[in-house]
Every structure is written in C-alpha cells, then in structure tokens.
Design a protein around this ligand. Structure first.
Ligand code: NAD
Length: 372
C-alpha cells in the first residue's frame, strides 16, 4: 500500500457528525437581474426590505417584481430591535406577503430573519456587506438592551443572490472590518470542537479568499475582481459559521457589543488577534492551517501577534478604546465577561477569569498580544 500523504492525515481522531443544510446560491457580477426570478420560485406577493444605502438596488428589484411587490420596508435599524420586528411583522401580515427579499448588510438580513421567524416566510437575501448572516440559521433580537440569539431552520434564506457590483460603494473602512468579521467566523469554525473536515476546508478557503481580497480593496476599493473574491469569502465564512458552533470570540463580542453598543464588525476586528493569542497554543495544527490560509509565515505560538501585525497594515481599529469603549467601562466589561463566560467550554482552550481579564486589558489598549 502506498504511504499516505502526510499533509492529508489529520492529527486528531477522525470522529465527526457532518450535516450540510441546503441553500441556493446565485453568484456573480450583474446577478441582481436574477432576483425577481429567484423570488418567483417561492411566491407571488413580496415584501422588499432594504438598508437605506441599498435603496437603488432595492428600487430596481421592486420595479422588476412589478405588481408582486406588495410592501416595501425601506430602512433597517442595527441590532434588530424587537419593536422594529413587531412593526414589520404586522405590516407584512396586513400586506399578505408570501416572500421576503432583503437587500443590505447583516442588519437588513437580521430584520428579514426576525419576520421569517414569526411568520414562517421564505427569505431571499441580497447581501451588500461581508457579514455572512445570509448563509446561517442564526437569528438575533435586541430588547431592553439585551441581545438574544438562537438558531431556527426557518430563518435561513432559501436563496442568496451575491452580486459584487452591489458592494462597490461599501466604504473601505467597513469593507475591511466586515471582511475581518467574516474571517472571524472562519477562525471559530476552524477551532470548533464540532467542526467537520469539510467545515474546516470551507473555513480555510473562506479565509484564503477574504485575506487575498482585503489588501487589494484597501488600495482599490472599486476593484470588481477583489470585490468578487471578498464576497466569495463572505459566502464561505457564513457557511462555515452555519455548520459549526460559535466559541469564545463570538460569545465575547456578544457580551461586549450588547453591553456597550459597540459597532459589530469593528468589535470582531479588534478582538480577533487577542482571542487567537489565547487559543493558538492549545491547537497548533489548526493554528497552522489558520496562518497558512492567511498567507502568514511564522510561529503558531505568535499567531495572534501576526494577525495583529496584518491588521496594522490594513489600518483597521486596534483597540477597544478606538471603537468606543471608555477606560472607565473596563472593569464592568471584565466583570460581565467573566460572569458570562469564565470556565465555559470554549474549545480548544477554556478561559479562566484571569485569562479574560488579561485579554480585555490588552485589547482595551491595543498592544500587540503576546502569549502568556
Ligand atoms: P450593517 O448591516 O449594519 O451594515 C454596516 C454599515 O454598512 C451600515 O451603516 C450600512 O448602512 C452600511 N452598508 C451596508 N451595505 C452597504 C453598501 N453596499 N454600500 C455602502 N454602505 C453599506 O452591519 P453588518 O456588519 O453587515 O452586519 C452586522 C449585523 O449582522 C449585526 O447585527 C450582527 O449581529 C448580524 N450578524 C448576524 C449573523 C448571523 O449569522 N445571524 C452573522 C453576522 C452578523
């Protein structure tokens, strides 16, 4: 028997459950033209939800739907407030809509999911950021300052139409942090205890795609090829997130984002190097895959620092202070994070109260993380 290719042999025991939920993806420049036909596969009466900045593509979709477009929700609010969902549910019910189309970033997708959860309607998503929510069954809702999330099959968009042309105007700063938000999904999928070999391949390819695109977008924000590569990365990252559990990174972002109303993708961007620094030593093989996918040579033990270096080259926010956390809030951030997360089963390495305090104290100043 020939010797196995050592690169193909996993270090860990080969034991997993793999489930690949169905989702139709239509991808490519100009694909906005396909939206009306995609919607028609699901029903006749359509509500079009859009972020205000996505007004033009939503107008076009509405025009192409003609009399099938029975309702327009032309504005969305970040973090999916429960009141916004309740008002939209009532309007959609009155309009007797059968299908939801959402055009915009994770906030627009989030509102569509909130309605789908209540009314069991199919969603067709047309994303304009790299949040990846369009590929997942994860919903989120904010009420009285508390964000609740869960998973429900019914909210996962049945069809996703990715058109890189719709992202040409996404400001560079948002493009970069949104892209790193997608990379963070992949990082969690790489480290997740329940990720399958196929889930990890998806995550690695998502990182490769996105990290290839971001330096080009920094230099040429309207480069359509790089926009396509980034959107491809967003697709894969959302899929990787869908097929594995979230871990320390997402849980920490969730606690801090909810508590201090910090902006979503910049928060993911700032925390990623610090979380990787904590996790990397516990899973060198997965960390190697992460660094290789990012195209970063160097030691796995310094993976978080290497990601921090990359972020400095991209010019994205470095510290929690940069994105609005006041030093006077640091103690509360630590107390709440410790209460919510300490000792949690966050593979590959649990986080003790001391670990969390160290992570947050470094992240608030933005210093290069060092493995302790
Ligand atoms: P967002 O939708 O709020 O968009 C960020 C900013 O980009 C907004 O100001 C928006 O107006 C602007 N924007 C969007 N598209 C644009 C375009 N093409 N051109 C110019 N500006 C544009 O934020 P997001 O980062 O896309 O998504 C974050 C939200 O999604 C959070 O609520 C987060 O919890 C959620 N999310 C959910 C999942 C999931 O699986 N459920 C995954 C990722 C994110």
């Amino acid at each position: 028997m020939p010797a196995p290719n050592s690169a193909a042999v996993p270090e860990e025991p080969m034991q997993f459950i793999h489930e690949w939920p169905a989702s139709r993806v239509v991808f490519g420049p100009g694909r906005i033209a396909a939206v009306a036909a995609e919607v028609a596969r699901h029903g006749d009466r359509v509500v079009v939800i859009n972020d205000r900045v996505a007004g033009a593509p939503a107008d076009r979709i509405t025009a192409e739907l003609g009399s099938s477009a029975v309702l327009r929700v032309p504005e969305v609010v970040q973090h999916v407030p429960a009141g916004t969902v309740a008002a939209a549910v009532s309007a959609v019910r009155s309009a007797r809509a059968e299908v939801i189309v959402c055009v915009g970033g994770g906030s627009a997708t989030g509102l569509a999911k909130g309605i789908a959860r209540e009314l069991a309607l199919p969603v067709v998503a047309v994303p304009t950021t790299y949040a990846g929510s369009e590929m997942t069954s994860i919903w989120g809702l904010t009420e009285n300052g508390l964000k609740t999330t869960g998973r429900a099959e019914i909210v996962r968009p049945r069809t996703v139409v990715y058109d890189p042309e719709l992202t040409l105007g996404l400001p560079t700063a948002i493009s970069l942090t949104s892209g790193i938000n997608a990379i963070a999904h992949c990082v969690e999928a790489l480290y997740a205890a329940d990720s399958s070999p196929l889930g990890r391949l998806t995550a690695a390819e998502g990182i490769r795609s996105m990290s290839g695109a971001l330096p080009v977008l920094l230099a040429e924000p309207r480069n359509l090829e790089a926009r396509g590569l980034a959107l491809r990365g967003a697709w894969l990252s959302g899929w990787a997130l869908e097929v594995s559990s979230t871990g320390l990174h997402h849980k920490l972002c969730h606690v801090l984002g909810g508590l201090f109303d910090l902006p979503h993708s910049p928060l993911h961007t700032v925390l990623l190097p610090y979380v990787v620094t904590h996790l990397a030593p516990a899973a060198p093989d997965r960390t190697r895959l992460l660094l290789d996918s990012l195209g970063l040579p160097g030691s796995t033990i310094d993976a978080g620092g290497l990601i921090w270096d990359l972020h400095r080259k991209l010019g994205v926010p470095a510290s929690l202070a940069d994105i609005g956390l006041r030093m006077t809030d640091l103690d509360l951030a630590i107390t709440r994070s410790v209460a919510a997360l300490a000792g949690g089963p966050f593979p590959p390495r649990p986080a003790s109260p001391g670990d969390l305090e160290h992570l947050l104290r470094t992240a608030v100043t933005g210093d290069r993380p060092v493995t302790g």
